[in-house]
Design a binder for this molecule. Structure first.
Ligand SMILES: [Zn+2]
Length: 160
């Protein structure tokens, strides 16, 4: 029998206040580069790449503008260009390091569309692995992530 190992979930489950967290996609103004505590793989003055703390699959990344904007139409052309360029780069890095079979990439805008951070637009890049949607996901609605998120972070960060 296999065990489900996702110890970082405990931080989420046990955190005292689930309602008023500051936006995790809003970094301090002068923040640049990687930041292991925040799971930020890359940041510059326009965009950032952060690992999804509640991943759909191993290596699930979020790419967002630095500005706290809620919809794609509120982003600038420079932000959209930076997001797409970084998404392309991230998919290359994930291909090299994680060897997925493919990706799901896109935006869930607004709560009814499945958006998790309603106010800060972000692009998902979800590596897909052959057989990753197994009976656990299909029947039990449980996802099994086979690697600790910090271990994945350490593999990816040097490439950004
Ligand atoms: Zn924000």
């Amino acid at each position: 029998m296999e065990s489900i190992w996702a110890p970082w979930r405990m931080d989420y489950i046990l955190r005292p206040d689930k309602g008023n967290d500051p936006c995790f996609l809003c970094l301090p103004q002068d923040h640049r580069g990687p930041d292991r505590d925040r799971l930020v793989l890359y940041s510059d003055e326009t965009v950032l790449v952060v690992m999804n703390l509640y991943p759909y699959s191993n290596g699930h990344l979020l790419i967002a503008p630095r500005r706290h904007v809620s919809t794609l139409s509120k982003t600038t052309e420079a932000e959209r260009l930076a997001i797409m360029n970084l998404t392309a780069r991230a998919s290359d890095i994930l291909t090299e390091v994680m060897r997925p079979g493919g990706f799901n990439m896109g935006i869930n805008q607004g709560k009814v569309a499945g958006g998790s951070v309603e106010d800060h637009l972000h692009f998902h890049i979800t590596p897909r692995y052959l057989g990753d949607c197994n009976y656990m996901t299909a029947i039990g609605e449980i996802r099994v992530i086979s690697e600790h998120i910090q271990a994945t972070y350490d593999k990816l960060v040097e490439h950004f």
